[in-house]
Every structure is written in structure tokens, then in C-alpha cells.
Ligand binder design. Structure first.
Ligand code: F6P
Length: 256
């Protein structure tokens, strides 16, 4: 019986890997919408994956926010090979509560791994003018350089409307997200079901195009309710690694 379940998960992994041209997929048992331990298991699998993929003696790992990434941080342990790891937030503020912010998660990951961290203090909703002048600040420029040089990026994916509401998005932006039929969100970008960007939160840090530059990109997202969101994002995320759960994976493969 156990063997049967394991081979079922492996089949889900290879199916998803091929469907989205990913470099690796891990599916943990269960559905994180239904049981909270499943998110912890995704966290554990992510930590193992991060450690396997660290290269060289010095590593910069950029992370996003959210409850799933918080679960990854909770599971973080020191690297047995004692390589240097510096954690940085992938982007500036995206309108999350403090416990879900990339800065908080980045500090927690460093604490768990006995690594280092650097924070990025940028307000959430930036006007064009503020964005331009902040991006010119020497301390921000230095951080930007560090963030963009990250060899690894670990990020969450959320349902578009859930995220828009959680961030208390303005009426105007909500309109754009709705009209664009956004179903998924990651890094502050909102995607429709074909994987096209329909709205983007303006902030400094890693932009979508930066992900294509030779980085190891690890997406961590599960729960059957996130299937549409995961599909939207993964369509344009070739060669990424996806760490998900059985709940999301089963829902995803139903479409194929
Ligand atoms: O706001 C940061 C973020 O990583 C989003 O990009 C993503 O949609 C969301 O968090 C995921 O949050 P959760 O893991 O709580 O579902």
C-alpha cells in the first residue's frame, strides 16, 4: 500500500516535470489546504532541495514572503557542509503583514541555518517618482546589486484574488487584476491562465526577467486551491524547480 502511494507521487512528479518543462519536481503527500502539517513537509523538502543546490563556498539566496516560505524558514537547519549563505529578500515590500514579509522570512532563514542576512527597507506602494529616487539611493543600489547577483531564488505562488485582498490592493489595481482575469501571483506579478502578466506591483528588487539569468529558481506552493495559480506561473517558468503537494498536483494533472 505504501509503495503504491509512493509510486503515485513519483508519477505526479514526472507528469508535472514534463508538462511544464521543469528541471525538477517534488510532490509531498497530502493537501496543505486540509492539513497544516503538509505545508511543514513542503518546508522540509524545500530545505533539503536548497542545500542540495547550493554551489560554491559563498551563496546568495533571495526569498519571497508568504506563509509557505515562512514554513520553509521554520524547517531551516545549518548546512552540514558549512558553506556561507547570505539570505536577502527578493523584492521590496509587497503589502504583507510583518510575519509574511520577505524581510522577516529572510532573517528567520539565516537564524535557522546560522547564516547571514541583509534586509531591504522599501515602502510597499511606490509612486513612479518615489520609485526612481529610491532606486538611486546608494544603500539601495548596493542591496539591489547583491539581490540581483543571487544564485538561488526561493519563492511562493498565490491565488491572484486571495493575494490582492490580503495586500489590501487599491480599487484601481483590483480592477486591472479582475479585468485581466488574473489567476496566479508571484513576486508581485499577477498572471492570467496563459501565464501572461496582467498587473505588476511596483517595487525594487528581482524582476521577472532576472529569473531567466542562470539562477536556480525554486517555487514552493501547494494546496488544491492553488492549482490554477501554480499552472499560470509555471507555464512561463521553464527549468524551475517546483515543490508542491499531492492536493495541488492531482488537481493540476486533471487538466492534462
Ligand atoms: O507576498 C509574497 C508571496 O510570496 C506572494 O508572491 C505569493 O503569492 C504569496 O506570498 C504566497 O503566500 P502563501 O504561501 O501564504 O500562500
Amino acid at each position: 500500500e505504501v509503495m503504491k502511494e509512493v509510486s503515485g507521487l513519483r508519477l505526479l512528479e514526472t507528469t508535472l516535470k514534463e508538462a511544464f518543462s521543469l528541471s525538477h519536481v517534488i510532490v509531498v503527500p497530502g493537501d496543505s489546504d486540509k492539513s497544516s502539517w503538509v505545508k511543514k513537509e513542503m518546508g522540509r523538502a524545500s530545505v533539503a532541495c536548497i542545500k542540495e543546490r547550493l554551489i560554491g563556498k559563498k551563496n546568495i539566496v533571495a526569498v519571497t514572503g508568504g506563509t509557505t516560505l515562512a514554513a520553509v524558514a521554520d524547517m531551516m537547519t545549518p548546512d552540514p557542509k558549512q558553506r556561507d549563505v547570505l539570505f536577502v529578500p527578493a523584492r521590496g515590500g509587497l503589502g504583507e503583514n510583518v510575519q509574511n514579509q520577505a524581510n522577516t522570512i529572510c532573517a528567520k532563514m539565516a537564524e535557522g541555518s546560522s547564516g547571514q542576512y541583509r534586509l531591504l527597507h522599501v515602502p510597499d506602494q511606490l509612486s513612479d517618482e518615489a520609485y526612481k529616487s529610491i532606486a538611486e539611493e546608494p544603500s539601495i543600489k548596493e542591496m539591489m546589486h547583491l539581490i540581483k547577483s543571487a544564485g538561488m531564488v526561493v519563492h511562493g505562488i498565490g491565488d491572484a484574488m486571495t493575494m490582492a485582498e490580503r495586500r489590501k490592493t487599491s480599487q484601481e489595481d483590483l480592477g486591472k487584476i479582475e479585468e485581466g482575469h488574473a489567476v496566479g501571483e508571484a513576486f508581485g506579478y499577477y498572471f492570467n491562465q496563459s501565464g501572461e502578466v496582467v498587473h505588476k506591483v511596483k517595487t525594487v528588487g528581482i524582476q521577472l526577467d532576472d529569473l531567466k539569468n542562470n539562477k536556480c529558481v525554486i517555487a514552493v506552493a501547494g494546496g488544491s486551491s492553488k492549482a490554477k495559480a501554480i499552472k499560470a506561473f509555471m507555464q512561463q517558468a521553464q527549468h524551475s524547480i517546483l515543490i508542491t503537494d499531492e492536493g495541488a498536483a492531482k488537481e493540476l494533472v486533471r487538466d492534462f
